[in-house]
Each structure stands twice: as C-alpha cells, then as structure tokens.
Design a protein around this ligand. Structure first.
Ligand SMILES: Nc1ncnc2c1ncn2[C@@H]1O[C@H](COP(=O)(O)OP(=O)(O)O)[C@@H](O)[C@H]1O
Ligand SMILES: CC(=O)N[C@@H](CCC(=O)OP(=O)(O)O)C(=O)O
Length: 300
C-alpha cells in the first residue's frame, strides 16, 4: 500500500527518534526470552522474527532463548502423560524429558529458526547439548507450607539449573553474524538431559555475556499487584514480600527471580514485557514507551 505524505513523514520521524537508542545499543548484546502468545499467534510470530532480523541488521546482537511450555503440554496430553508444576517448574520424569526434548529441540526451535531465516536473518538453533552450550545440574526445589516447620525439599525429576555456559560458542556465532536460538535443555558431565525453565536460561545467558538487557516476553502486561496494576522499579526486598504474600506465584516466580539475578550479576536492566503486543521488543528498545516491568540495580 503506498504511503500518504503524512504517514511517510511519520515514519521518517519515528526512525529519526530511534537514533539515540541505536547509538546506545549498537554492538551490545540483548538476550530475549521468547514465549507465550508471541510464539503461537502467526502475526506476532512474524513480527518477532522481523524484530530480531532488524536488531541484527542495525548492529545489535540479539540472542533468543525460547520456551514452549504450552506446546510440551499439548503433546503430553495427546500421549496421555500427566504433567504438573511445582513453583512454576514442570515435574519431569524420564518419559516427560523425552517429550520436552522432542518438542523444544525439534519443532519449536526449528520453527523459530525458520521464521527468522524466512525474514532475511541468519539464525542457528541449538539445544544445550550442541557444542555443550548449557551445562546443567539437578535443581532442588523447596516448598513452604503452614503445616511444616521448615521448607520441604521436593524432587521434581530431570529438572536442571545452569551450571556453566559455553560463551565462546555464543561469541563465535554472534561474531559470525548468526542469531543464536537456544532451546532450554541442559546436559551434565555424564550426558544426562535436563529440562530447564527457559527464563532461567535466558537470565544466565544474559549474565555470563554481561548483556545490556534481558527482555522477557510473556503473556501478560508485566508483573502486577493484586489489583492488576503494573509494578515496576522494584527492590529485591519488595519482590520477596510479594512472593511471601502470594502476589507472585506460578510461572512469574522463575521470571522475576531470573530478572533479579541477572541485574545483580551485572546485566544493565531486565524487562518483563507484553508479548501479545506486536513489535514489543522494538517498542522497549527504541522508544520512551515503557512496556511492562523494569528491573534494574539502580534503586538498590
Ligand atoms: N504478580 C503477577 N503478575 C503477573 N502475572 C503473574 C503474577 N503472579 C503469577 N502470575 C502468572 O504468571 C504467568 C506468566 O508466567 P508463564 O505463564 O510461565 O509465562 P511464560 O509462558 O511467558 O514463561 C501469568 O500469565 C500469570 O498467570
Ligand atoms: C522445568 C520447566 O518447567 N521447564 C519448562 C521448559 C519450557 C519453558 O520454560 O517454557 P515457557 O517459557 O513457555 O514456560 C517446561 O517444561 O515447560
């Protein structure tokens, strides 16, 4: 559709206004956790892929870490395998692990790689096993309950946390103009697979690369209080209180924890943003529009 003069002027204005942001972020690494609706809706999928291609083209290094919880859930259901979560983590038996690896490392990862490449990018898909990218160890979760005096340690199976990241592999790929697309599957020294929450992987990748930003795309407008108001600029203590009183629960727990860990570990800022909004990554990076929850070290 041909642009009218007004909308052409507007496009030029928007591009010009992006200049200071481009100058600030060029050469920097931005880790994007891709998940939620942005990974299901065809239009949103496409706009996400275009955003990644655009970032790379203007000299920013995007690294994508993807989730796929709903896609895993769908296949488990078809296979009649029961699934449940503890503290936002999927209890993972050996049988479940096989499904997780098939879905995340196969269908989901290749779909994203393909979409970025179709939009003119140069994406390469990896699980934590490729090039031993993500070393993992078993994650032990604790759960508090009013009936118990001290928190209970729960075994949730083949669920891991990141113990080491092969940064030279990531640097090699980004320096060769690839966009790495990482599926959150880890491996230990004995070659066992681990299912790792994608937010935790994204946070760790951002930390070890000392990324400029960690952007967590999700299905909600941001971290909210009990009245649904978006919370931003929180301190660690405020977050702890919100967890204690039940305002933060389920899938938001690993998200907020990894955002805090990342900024404590040297990432400039972490953002929990609404992946239901098209081009939300560009909005976050190149405009003054704050979309969602910002977590930085500055207020601490
Ligand atoms: N305080 C909170 N603010 C916003 N969402 C919350 C909060 N506490 C729990 N949640 C839940 O966390 C969900 C986001 O986590 P999750 O579904 O795992 O996202 P993703 O698939 O993007 O990783 C929200 O949809 C919401 O149901
Ligand atoms: C241990 C654990 O819970 N792993 C996740 C991995 C995928 C993921 O994190 O997907 P989302 O980001 O879409 O939730 C799972 O099995 O669902």
């Amino acid at each position: 559709m041909p642009l009218t003069r007004d909308s052409a002027m507007n496009t030029a204005k928007v591009l010009s206004e992006a200049l200071p942001y481009l100058q600030r972020f060029v050469g920097k690494t931005i880790v994007v956790k891709y998940g939620g609706n942005a990974m299901i809706d065809e239009n949103l999928k496409n706009s996400f892929a275009r955003d990644m291609v655009m970032l790379k083209l203007v000299g920013i290094n995007p690294i994508v870490v993807h989730g796929g919880g709903p896609q895993i859930g769908e296949l488990l259901e078809k296979l009649n395998i029961e699934s449940r979560f503890v503290n936002g983590m999927r209890v993972t038996t050996s049988e479940t692990m096989d499904v997780v690896e098939m879905v995340l490392g196969g269908l989901v990862n290749k779909d994203i790689v393909n979409l970025i490449n179709q939009n003119g990018g140069n994406a390469i898909g990896l699980t934590g096993k490729d090039g031993q990218l993500l070393h993992a160890r078993k994650l032990h979760v604790t759960q508090k309950s009013p009936e118990l005096e001290k928190p209970e340690i729960i075994d949730i199976g083949h669920v891991g946390e990141v113990s080491h990241i092969n940064t030279s592999l990531l640097n090699m790929l980004t320096n060769s103009d690839f966009i790495p697309v990482i599926a959150p599957i880890g491996v230990d020294a004995e070659g066992h697979s681990y299912n790792i929450n994608a937010d935790l992987v994204a946070g760790k990748v951002a930390e070890v690369l000392q990324a400029e930003k960690l952007i967590l795309l999700t299905n909600i407008a941001g971290l909210m209080d009990k009245e649904g108001k978006i919370l931003t600029g929180l301190t660690t203590q405020q977050v702890d209180e919100l967890i204690e009183d039940g305002t933060i629960y389920g899938g938001m727990l690993p998200k907020i924890q990894c955002a805090l860990d990342a900024v404590h570990g040297g990432v400039n800022s972490a953002h929990i943003i609404d992946g239901r909004v098209a081009h939300s990554t560009l909005l976050e990076l190149f405009t003054d529009e704050g979309v969602g929850t910002l977590i930085t070290n500055r207020r601490r």
